[in-house]
Design a protein around this ligand. Structure first.
Ligand code: HEC
Ligand code: HEC
Ligand code: HEC
Ligand code: HEC
Ligand code: HEC
Ligand code: HEC
Length: 391
């Protein structure tokens, strides 16, 4: 059996799978390509799944050999290839995807409005999250940032496979762990930290679909540990880095008794102290449950609020993919009242469904103020810091 030839400077990290590709298997693959791809366990079905992403004609001596690292993909770029299936699952579905990661559709939507004083405001699509490069789907990468804020991962190489391993692994959501890391132009980008320990629901995130993993207060990812250090592979502990950021906040810190108590009792602006721990969890403001047993936890029914050892993390405030709001915020960081969040019905660029979908299926009291209050009765340093400075 021949080994696949690794392009210069690249690591064949999935060498085991590659070695197993024989002439016989390739023949089978050609047959598989003609059949519709099975809807279940696609990423676990080993060699049989190669044809779900790769054009299988580039074989030498019975071995599949890609022309370049990203060559011979069915979809052009890596992300175009993923979206051939995942666009319809809710990762790029007109804002209909209410997934924990979020719908990349929001990157294509720019909101504009005028302040009462007549000042033109804009919330550009590229600022709504991770600008994966998928030209066939109208996603062309970040228009402004050339590297990850706080780090140096190049924006031009950002795609689904910058975070998820296309060849599968045993981690949460196939995320890359410590090691050689994702492909970038000319090599691999080393990750120092392991993948987060967490458990989630199904990858289809459109409400109403069978087994939909759309996020609600009871059905949501249950995070255990390591989320912030994983994001830090590309960003550092962003808001903890001294001096350079507008908004300073601990990114990987225990809640302690003050924050845990506040989280558990807070129901809304109108009921700031009526809550109990058993039903306190908000899908919109998750935290890491430090002592949870992920092997038995049910992420489709988890309502327990935090205890003091649980932790605030990057995804307490951000979505991993994208959102309708600046900086992939889980809520609009720039308004004092949730009801004032953009897109508003009168905004340029906003359709009625955009407005209806911006907060998934979550419902708020009319006076609901910033969701920072889920953890803070008052914001340390005073109200002016509640809404961080807009760039
Ligand atoms: C879910 C989609 C997907 C599946 C399934 C898949 N690949 Fe890939 N493969 C990719 C992408 C995307 C790249 C480009 C590199 C990247 O973005 O990480 C790639 C790159 C490669 C490379 C170049 C080396 C590298 O890792 O960059 C080889 C070799 C390869 N794939 C072989 C295979 C084989 C053999 C199978 C079946 C066992 C397979 N792939 C299944 C998406 C996939
Ligand atoms: C041929 C269709 C198809 C393509 C192409 C495809 N996927 Fe998937 N993906 C699926 C299916 C089906 C599932 C659910 C079953 C499974 O996990 O294997 C899934 C699940 C996932 C999950 C969730 C896994 C989990 O542990 O919950 C991630 C993450 C994912 N895919 C990423 C990707 C990425 C990244 C690419 C592109 C490199 C890609 N997929 C390409 C069909 C596809
Ligand atoms: C593989 C590297 C990589 C990883 C891992 C990564 N990011 Fe990023 N991130 C980037 C790059 C590159 C940019 C700049 C390009 C852009 O904004 O699309 C960025 C931008 C951002 C932005 C600004 C988005 C905007 O449009 O204003 C936020 C917020 C962010 N990342 C948060 C996170 C969080 C939270 C995690 C962990 C769940 C994470 N990132 C993991 C590479 C990464
Ligand atoms: C910056 C890193 C990053 C990028 C880029 C990224 N993902 Fe994810 N993805 C994650 C993380 C982290 C989660 C878990 C989010 C959570 O549970 O809150 C996730 C969740 C998912 C899920 C589970 C369902 C959901 O929507 O939450 C799927 C499927 C998925 N990603 C596919 C994709 C596809 C397809 C792309 C490219 C179009 C992509 N991802 C790009 C980090 C990333
Ligand atoms: C308590 C909430 C919170 C947590 C936790 C948090 N962020 Fe943020 N993040 C924000 C807010 C608010 C902004 C917008 C601040 C601003 O305008 O400067 C932001 C902005 C960003 C930006 C965009 C900066 C830009 O140039 O526009 C990045 C990147 C980012 N955060 C990454 C991270 C990462 C990585 C983590 C975890 C290590 C993290 N954040 C944790 C609230 C948070
Ligand atoms: C999931 C809980 C959680 C959320 C949500 C949250 N915080 Fe915090 N925040 C903490 C924890 C934990 C600390 C650490 C100190 C403490 O317990 O007071 C903290 C500390 C702070 C501090 C003091 C920072 C310092 O460097 O001393 C400020 C200011 C702050 N938060 C503002 C905010 C703002 C603004 C938001 C909304 C954008 C927010 N927080 C959302 C948990 C949270």
């Amino acid at each position: 059996m021949h080994r696949v030839v690794a392009p210069a400077g690249r690591v064949v990290y999935h060498g085991r799978m590659v070695k197993e590709v024989t002439r016989t298997v390739l023949a089978t693959l050609c047959a598989v390509m003609l059949a519709p791809v099975a809807a279940a366990a696609f990423h676990e079905s080993g060699v049989a799944s190669c044809a779900g992403c790769h054009v299988m004609h580039g074989s030498v001596d019975g071995q599949f050999v890609p022309a370049t690292g990203g060559g011979l993909l069915l979809g052009g770029t890596a992300s175009d290839t993923c979206l051939r299936c995942h666009a319809a699952y809710g990762q790029y579905t007109a804002g209909e995807g209410f997934g924990p990661g979020g719908d990349f559709y929001w990157l294509t939507r720019t909101w504009t409005w005028s302040t009462p004083g007549g000042l033109l405001q804009t919330s550009p699509g590229f600022s709504h999250g991770h600008d994966v490069v998928a030209p066939a789907y109208g996603l062309f990468g970040d228009a402004v940032r050339t590297i990850a804020p706080g780090g140096d991962f190049p924006s031009r190489d950002l795609g689904c496979t910058s975070c998820h391993d296309p060849h599968g692994n045993a981690q949460f959501r196939l995320l890359y762990g410590a090691g050689a890391g994702p492909a970038v132009t000319g090599g691999r980008y080393a990750f120092a930290a392991a993948a987060p320990a967490a458990r989630g629901n199904g990858p289809v995130t459109i409400p109403g679909r069978p087994d939909s993993g759309d996020e609600t207060d009871s059905r949501h990812t249950v995070f255990g540990s390591g989320t912030s250090s994983w994001c830090a592979n590309c960003h550092g502990l962003y808001h903890e880095a001294s001096g350079s950021q507008d908004f300073s906040h601990p990114a990987d810190r225990t809640l302690g008794s003050a924050r845990a108590t506040q989280y558990n009792r807070y129901v809304s602006t109108e009921q700031p102290t009526a809550g109990v721990q058993a039903t306190a969890f908000w899908g919109l403001v998750p935290y890491e449950a430090a002592t949870v047993d992920l092997s038995i936890v049910d992420p489709s029914d988890y309502t327990l609020g935090p205890s003091t050892a649980d932790r605030v993390m990057c995804l307490s405030c951000h979505r991993a993919h994208a959102s309708p709001f600046r900086a992939a915020g889980r809520w609009d960081f720039d308004v004092a009242l949730i009801a004032d969040s953009h897109p508003q019905p009168t905004d340029g660029g906003a359709s009625a469904s955009d407005v209806a979908r911006k907060y998934y299926s979550y419902v708020f009291v009319p006076t609901q103020d910033s969701l920072c209050h889920k953890c803070h009765r008052e914001i340390p340093g005073g109200g002016s810091r509640l809404i961080p400075a807009r760039r």
